[in-house]
Ligand binder design. Structure first.
Ligand code: TYM
Length: 333
């Protein structure tokens, strides 16, 4: 390996990816790929913490890969693989489970949220989910983990686990840092703009799927919830402005213009005009990705070849860390 710093990240194939996944994570990955050694995975082990239809998981895993590539991730330059193709993730997660406290896991917002939404299935995997995530990152000695804001708490616990392990056994793990995009780290629901946009939202009008038709995307933005004040202004922390703040953020992220500039353009204008323009800008951003996606997804063999080559590299890199860990904790090698 060269001396570039290492990046690891991934998305769960648990639903169609949203504009939130794109702006919060994947778009940032694209901009990092030239300067770092990047490893991006489809996190299927995480996906089964919530009940899934097996055929959907299988199909979506390749769809996520096709979308990574369509968004601009170069499969020749980066390692792209399916998490379950590298058993080292589950192996390291077991060891790290023994270095993670129940109390820490109980504090995780995502666990509290998912266990209230899936009260009939609060399984142990859902509880130890952040430990598997720590294993994903630490196996590759990642320096940086580009994610959206909702994952920062998981990066924090990953750092705590790494530091705790290092304190006992010496410098085994690189302690990673989370990387947030400048804009778009927290894209909100279009229907309840104080909640994050999520692919598992029961109301499809609340999120923009990267798989939506262009006219559906435009319709969803035009019917997004705003306020009755009629002023296009960004007011951080003001809940009544949450809808407008969100549309301004989305507009800024897809056009690469500053929020201040956009606000100036709309002085004295109404929400109708603004929403039309946001809708057009989002459609223009997603359309080329979709065209590329449609082309790539048709070639399953190409995608499978990328996965198997990626898994081979992933296994090779992670075995080094796993061996070191096994040796440190006293396993006979
Ligand atoms: P997941 O699949 O929920 O989301 C994938 C990425 O998209 C970001 N994201 C958002 N960003 C901005 N606004 C939103 N509304 C929004 N919704 C999602 C997430 O922050 C994430 O970066 N646990 C992870 C997957 C994972 C992982 C890892 C990530 C497993 N192991 C190791 C990094 C490193 C998850 O469920 O992401």
């Amino acid at each position: 390996m060269d001396d570039k710093k290492i990046i690891f990240s991934g998305v769960q194939p648990s639903g169609n990816l949203t504009l939130g996944n794109y702006l919060g994570a994947i778009k940032n990955w694209v901009s990092l790929q030239n300067d770092y050694r990047c490893i991006y995975a489809m996190m299927d082990l995480h996906t089964i913490t919530v009940r899934q239809t097996p055929a959907d998981v299988r199909r979506r895993t390749l769809e996520v890969l096709a979308l990574y590539i369509a968004c601009g991730i170069d499969p020749e330059e980066n390692i792209l693989f399916i998490q379950s193709h590298n058993s080292a993730h589950a192996e390291l997660a077991w060891v790290l489970n023994c270095y993670t406290y129940m109390g820490e896991l109980q504090r995780m917002t995502q666990f509290k949220d998912k266990s209230s939404r899936h009260a009939e299935n609060i399984n142990a995997g859902l509880f130890t989910y952040p430990v598997l995530m720590a294993a994903d990152i630490l196996l590759y000695q990642a320096d940086y983990v580009p994610v959206g804001k909702d994952q920062m708490q998981h990066i924090e616990i990953c750092r705590d686990i790494a530091q705790r392990f290092n304190a006992v056994y010496g410098d085994v793990f690189t302690v990673p840092e989370g990387l947030l995009p400048k804009v778009g780290a927290n894209v909100m629901s279009l229907q309840e703009p104080t909640k994050k946009m999520s692919k598992s939202d029961p109301n499809p009008k609340a999120y923009i799927s990267m798989m939506d038709d262009m006219n559906v995307i435009a319709k969803k933005i035009k019917s997004s919830v705003t306020d009755s004040e009629g002023v296009i202004e960004y007011r951080e922390g003001d809940e009544t402005k949450a809808g407008i703040n969100n549309l301004l953020t989305i507009m800024s992220a897809v056009t690469k213009r500053s929020i201040d500039d956009i606000v100036k353009d709309y002085a004295g204008k109404g929400y109708g005009d603004f929403k039309n323009d946001v809708a057009e800008a989002v459609v223009e951003c997603i359309r080329p990705i979709r065209e590329e996606y449609d082309r790539i997804i048709a070639d399953k063999q190409y995608l499978m070849d990328i996965c198997s080559k990626g898994a081979e590299s992933a296994r090779r890199i992670s075995q080094r860390t796993l061996k070191k860990v096994y040796k440190k904790v006293g396993f006979v090698l």
